[in-house]
Design a protein around this ligand. Structure first.
Ligand code: UD1
Length: 419
């Protein structure tokens, strides 16, 4: 089968409204949580993304019946029999490690392959495993397979994370939700997706307090019950469309967002000279003035500037007047957009944790390749601003995190097609 590519005729300024989908990074742990009881969960605002389909395949492989109608997914977990995630499914989506806590909660056993590295560099899970051991899980590592087991209910524990890992915080919350007593996570991740998972687990009968702060407490219950939940808006998708407005000198109303989850990102666009106006669940961004460089941007844990928005902002800074610097503190290999943006005429020098971006007057269309999800989104932004035609290959990466990005952007005046 021929691979699809995105074709963009750039140079058009975007105008209009875009609605943001439910958050991918919130849907995945919530779908994992749906297998923790024997009932049917109803998850609204669940985005149509390849990563979500991977999560549904994992649930089906464990015996769940999953159904999607529009944006609503139902997961009937009555007949969960399996406790193993195949290597093929683990390779499809390395963040499927978040299923570990949920499967252990339900079946007290889980076998899955070690996630290994990914396009962003090594993806260690030492913090996850160390914490799960404190909850009473026995873990045997054998030839790349993790065989995990639990005798009886998880035991409550007081766990201090060495760094506030999102995935590790989620895995602990999932397992502790059926624990015997109250588990405390210190130095927990504070990302909004943690709060979304906490609210789902609480609606299922666990008691989670402190989500969004450094200390999360989970009072477990022997049996969770089914519940319905609406997934929070995707703040990274929202930031991507803000980037599209910024780089094209456009004006967009971004609907269905939670502005209070996005202060650090909105601040960066303001420093670039954009007008950013948050309303209750929308953000209006206007970029009618030339973009300005931003001296230094450092990625860090929430509420700091998110690593996932870094390639998006990097793309916009390519056209900003002056020199910007980005320091990437979370992932080792997260400047993969830089070389491809340079093919479009950008001037980025990236070495180690630091990228220096000299703004250029114009970008010009070229053939480029997405090397990871957000790097792919950065290339879409580059293509929108570049004169002439940009062709982006490897767009399966983009489909992991964006629901039909070409449809949303076309509706606002972009000339972008999938062929
Ligand atoms: C999640 C998000 C991802 C985002 C990232 C950081 C999902 C599905 N993915 O990934 O989009 O970029 O948070 O906001 O929600 N680390 C260890 N050992 C561990 C776990 C993590 O050293 O056991 C390190 C990682 O290498 C990384 C840092 O901790 O440097 C943060 O990783 P983490 O917060 O765990 O990211 P993910 O949950 O994988």
């Amino acid at each position: 089968m021929l691979e699809s590519k995105l074709y963009i005729e750039g140079g058009r300024s975007l105008q209009g409204e875009i609605s943001v989908s439910g958050a991918k990074n919130s849907s995945l742990p919530i779908l994992a949580a749906a297998l923790m009881h024997g009932g049917t969960s109803v998850i609204h605002n669940c985005p149509t993304l390849s990563d979500v389909y991977s999560a549904l395949r994992i649930l089906s492989s464990l015996g769940c019946k999953c159904k999607r109608e529009g944006k609503t997914v139902t997961v009937d977990a009555k007949n969960v029999t399996g406790c193993e995630i195949s290597e093929a499914l683990m390779r499809e989506m390395r963040s499927s490690i978040v299923f570990l806590g949920a499967i252990l909660s339900r079946t007290h056993r889980c076998r899955l392959s070690f996630p290994g590295g990914c396009e962003l560099g090594p993806r260690p899970i030492d913090i996850h495993l160390h914490a799960l051991k404190k909850l009473g899980v026995k873990i045997i590592e054998d030839h790349g397979v993790l065989d995990c087991s639990l005798t009886g209910r998880p035991q409550a524990a007081d766990i201090t994370l060495p760094l506030p890992s999102v995935g590790a915080t989620e895995n602990i919350m999932l397992l502790a939700a059926t624990g015997d007593g109250t588990t405390v996570i210190r130095n927990a991740a504070k990302e909004p997706e943690i709060c979304d998972l906490a609210s789902f687990l609480t609606s299922c009968g666990a008691q989670v307090t402190g989500a969004g702060s450094t200390t999360v407490c989970i009072k477990g219950t022997e049996s969770l019950h089914p519940s319905a939940h609406t997934v929070m808006p995707d703040r990274i998708v929202a930031a991507t469309y803000m980037g599209a407005a910024a780089i094209t000198g456009g004006e967009l109303m971004i609907n269905h967002v939670t502005p209070s989850d996005m202060y650090s990102t909105m601040a960066v666009f303001e420093q670039m000279g954009c007008g950013v106006y948050p309303y209750s669940d929308r953000i209006f961004i206007t970029a009618k003035k030339p973009l300005k460089a931003v001296k230094t941007i450092r990625t860090t844990f929430y509420p700091g500037f998110p690593t996932d928005c870094q390639p998006i902002v990097m793309a916009a800074l390519c056209k900003a007047k002056g020199t910007s610097m980005i320091v990437e503190n979370i992932f080792e290999n997260r400047f993969r957009a830089a070389d491809e943006l340079n093919r479009l005429g950008a001037d980025i020098k990236a070495e180690g944790k630091v990228a220096v971006i000299e703004g250029v007057k114009a970008l010009s269309g070229a053939s480029v390749m997405a090397h990871d999800l957000r790097a792919g989104a950065a290339l879409v932004l580059g293509g929108l601003a570049a004169e002439g035609t940009t062709t982006i290959s490897n767009i399966a990466y983009i489909d992991r995190g964006y629901e039909s990005i070409e449809r949303e952007l076309s509706a606002c005046g972009a000339l972008i097609k999938r062929m």
